[in-house]
Design a protein around this ligand. Structure first.
Ligand code: SAM
Length: 289
């Protein structure tokens, strides 16, 4: 059957909207661009062109996958974060826009507190390597360690570091939180699992059915892994170091209390994300140094 690009786009838009996909127009364009191997800008310039039979079939299968609520990023195999493209695949957490606040705050802190910039940063629970690679790009004098318990995540993070040319300054290590770090570091950034176990089944199917459980589940109050990290920090962070954590706004108070207990000298700061919600907890471990 002869179908034009515009015809296929409209058809996909209707199907995805009926299937409950929120951003159906944008996703239709991204999926068809993927099926045709075309940038979106080229797609717009070719609306009246006929879609080859093979691309029609490919598009139909992509739309079916999306109707089953497979995340768009897994279908496309990539996700943009902090202006960079990251490879992602099933088994690897998809980086979120709110986590960009953590990168921004880490860059501000490093530039203010370590003006020479030659320091060690650790990204704990690195997933796709989004934080480690973005920081390595933004702070060219730093060296980074990144850890994860998932081998799939580490393989993906290594590929992303290589794709962005920072593989020589980033070491990816497998193990529990900071345990694999071979030396103390100056700054720790971490977006760890922080969702309460019981709420995971209520999340969007894209998350609850497709993203790795070990990337989401923070235990009964969502803070098990975060507390463990805070306690480990005393052995792995240098005296004038800092920890930057991404959290749920509802968890800020509880996490701040534990941070004060573990680091009595610390100065704490809460930073809002772009949506105005408290998202990042900055802990300057020894505020006097
Ligand atoms: C919410 S994801 C965040 C990934 C990435 N930092 C980001 O922001 O896109 C949490 C990551 O922590 C990892 N993780 C969970 N528990 C861990 C542990 N005990 N030690 C190291 N990594 C862990 C998961 O495998 C997952 O990749």
């Amino acid at each position: 059957m002869t179908v034009t690009i515009i015809g296929m786009l409209l058809q996909a838009r209707v199907t995805l909207t009926r299937g409950g996909v929120e951003e159906a127009p944008l996703e239709s364009e991204l999926l068809l661009g993927f099926a045709l191997g075309m940038e979106r800008s080229v797609l717009y310039a070719s609306l009246e062109e006929v879609v080859p039979e093979s691309a029609q079939q490919a598009m139909e299968s992509l739309v079916q996958r999306r109707l089953l609520r497979e995340p768009l990023a897994y279908i496309l195999g990539k996700k943009e974060f902090f202006g960079l493209e990251f490879k992602v695949c099933p088994g690897v957490f998809i980086p979120r826009p709110e986590t960009e606040t953590l990168v921004e705050q880490a860059v501000l802190l490093v530039n203010a507190r370590f003006p020479g910039g030659e320091l060690l940063i650790a990204d704990i629970g690195t997933g796709s390597g989004a934080l480690a690679v973005s920081l390595a790009k933004a702070l060219p004098s730093t060296k980074l360690y990144a850890t994860d318990i998932s081998e799939t995540a580490l393989a993906t993070a290594r590929a992303n570091a290589a794709a962005h040319g920072v593989q020589d300054r980033t070491s990816f290590l497998r193990g529990n939180l900071m345990e694999p770090l071979p030396e103390p570091v100056d700054v720790v950034v971490a977006n760890l699992p922080y969702i309460e176990s019981r709420t995971i089944p209520c999340l969007q199917p894209e998350v609850s059915q497709f993203e790795p459980r070990e990337a989401l589940d923070g235990g009964p109050d969502g803070l098990d892994v975060v507390y463990q990290l805070l306690r480990q920090g005393t052995r792995h962070i240098r005296a004038n170091g800092a920890i930057l954590l991404e959290l749920d706004p509802e968890q800020m108070e509880a996490a701040s209390n534990v941070a004060r207990e573990v680091y009595p000298e610390a100065r704490l700061q809460r930073v809002n994300d772009l949506w105005g919600r408290e998202r990042v907890l900055v802990i300057r471990c020894n505020a006097n140094s």
